[in-house]
Ligand binder design. Sequence first.
Ligand SMILES: Cc1cc2nc3c(=O)[nH]c(=O)nc-3n(C[C@H](O)[C@H](O)[C@H](O)COP(=O)(O)OP(=O)(O)OC[C@H]3O[C@@H](n4cnc5c(N)ncnc54)[C@H](O)[C@@H]3O)c2cc1C
Length: 571
Amino acid sequence: MLSLFKFLILGAISFTSVNAKCKVIPGSAGWPSSADWDALNRTLGGQLIKPTPPGAVCHSDQPTYNNATCAVITKQWSNYTFHADNPVSTDWDNTNNDTCLPDPAQPCSPIGYPVYVVNATTPENVAVGVNFAAANNIRLIVKGTGHDYMGRSVSPNSLSIWTHNMRGINLHDAFQPQGCKHSIPATAVTAAAGHNLIDLYAATDSYNLTIVGGLEATVGLGGYLTGGGHSPLSTAYGMAADNILELTVITPSGSKLTVNECQHPDLFYAFRGGGGSTFGVMTSVTLKTYPTPRVAVLSLQLTMSSATDNIWDMVAYILSQYPSLSNKTISADPQIAAIPSGNATTLYFIGNFRSISPQGVPYLSAAMQPIFSHIQSTWPAASINYTTTLYPTFYSHFLATAYSVGPGYNFRLGSRLLDAPTLTGNLTALTSAVKGFCGQLGCGPLLRGGKGIWDAVPSGGSDAVLPAWRKTVVHFVTGAIWAANNATAEASAVAAMEQRVTILRNLLPNSGAYINEANRDEPDFQQAFWGTNYPKLAAIKKAYDPTDVFWCHPCVGNEGWKEVGDKLCTV
Ligand SMILES: Cc1cc2nc3c(=O)[nH]c(=O)nc-3n(C[C@H](O)[C@H](O)[C@H](O)COP(=O)(O)OP(=O)(O)OC[C@H]3O[C@@H](n4cnc5c(N)ncnc54)[C@H](O)[C@@H]3O)c2cc1C
């Protein structure tokens, strides 16, 4: 019996290895020669980079070792802009498997990073890179800023298209999509893919306008928009992707296309929520803009110490009020921490609630006061402190309130989307789920969903944003952190996070999670990130990229390949 079992296993292994095809890697048959890479560089006008890992400057066995530069890099490692400005660096160390940290005590090798980078400044550069990767069967990736929590913008043995230096912003009084007979009577902005959110906030603010964008200056347009993009303005104006009017893209076959509701509507659909580095490379985008609103912000610091679970009753009560706040287009991004001390636990519920109502602070205060009154009468031990501020524009509000803890460590996110009935229906179930999900490790119940997303009418009628967003009120996030190069610590941190996410998954099984801010190992990711849109997206992927020039995880149509060590091979 044992030998039969062995035979079956060995048979299966040899079957896989005989039939599997892999993307080529340096040293393997088919990897382009130095002369080929030189020729590519000439075609690109010198825009090909042979990168070194940024952390290598801290390692005496690496050619770029330099103690002084190491000190600079070590300091910059927690700076989002540093990682965005570097051709290969990424925010989260685990996305390159801790392969070269700026820490001499850790090992360093270039294996976690791309072998070559196309420093694209034009769509033509992008097309040349895509065609070279396709012709030579090389793993192809795309990096804008390297912010991705999923690790999609870095990989071993790859050619990377780096879009960071694609620049140019134009504003429009009205916009006529190419090939359409009609003009869209809305102000709009066209931006090259290398820009980040703050560039667009600044450019549009000069004209008293704003885009629908997220709350971090350096988040790049490419990943943010292709994932959907939530915003403090989403409760009023929808997801960022719902506001895309046109894109220029380089397809997996190297064609430059302008896609909109009238031209290539299938690709237009897929790029708006179908995920980054899957359907091609976005080289520029045109977004609807809005008159910049005044923004009222209430900065809340709510704390309560208790020896019982009533802190979680209070949190569940606040969440049960989110749907009514959302109906008033209020958004919020608090963080929750529950810190044990002796027999008691102290709960911290800290963050900003904001409103774009023309009535400003009085409107926001009137919405929040009944909630505070209820808390004070029901949980007298709670301490509520807040300040209110009215900002004259969305951009000024952004500059004053956008804040995020820096990168530069091992980190994974876990999240789920929850709708109004789940928040208001069964408070006992909600309390228990919130306690289990947040626990001592903390969480963020981001109030992002509302009528703006639920009733959005994207250009052309629909886009690929996860249908669950069309009912969502809360994008509920948590995370896992662990020490570098410690597989046991990683496994246990990720498993603990997954256990906590499962609690929310069980609370609302048919919901989903936001592709850009979730666990890359979310079970049944196709359903979780794209829901009923998945079959259509998979068909578009097959039509435009039948040989999988673009591959990433977790991404549409990636089922035919898997990572085997540092290789990418067919299953
Ligand atoms: C501090 C911080 C704050 C955030 N805040 C928000 C927020 O408020 N709202 C929100 O919705 N999200 C937010 N995010 C999540 C953010 O949307 C994702 O991290 C997103 O993937 C970032 O995109 P990027 O292009 O900057 O990153 P990258 O890591 O460069 O790219 C992410 C993905 O997009 C692909 N990609 C990049 N450029 C292109 C392109 N031109 N064409 C095709 N594919 C491309 C990459 O290959 C990768 O798959 C935040 C992230 C961070 C780190």
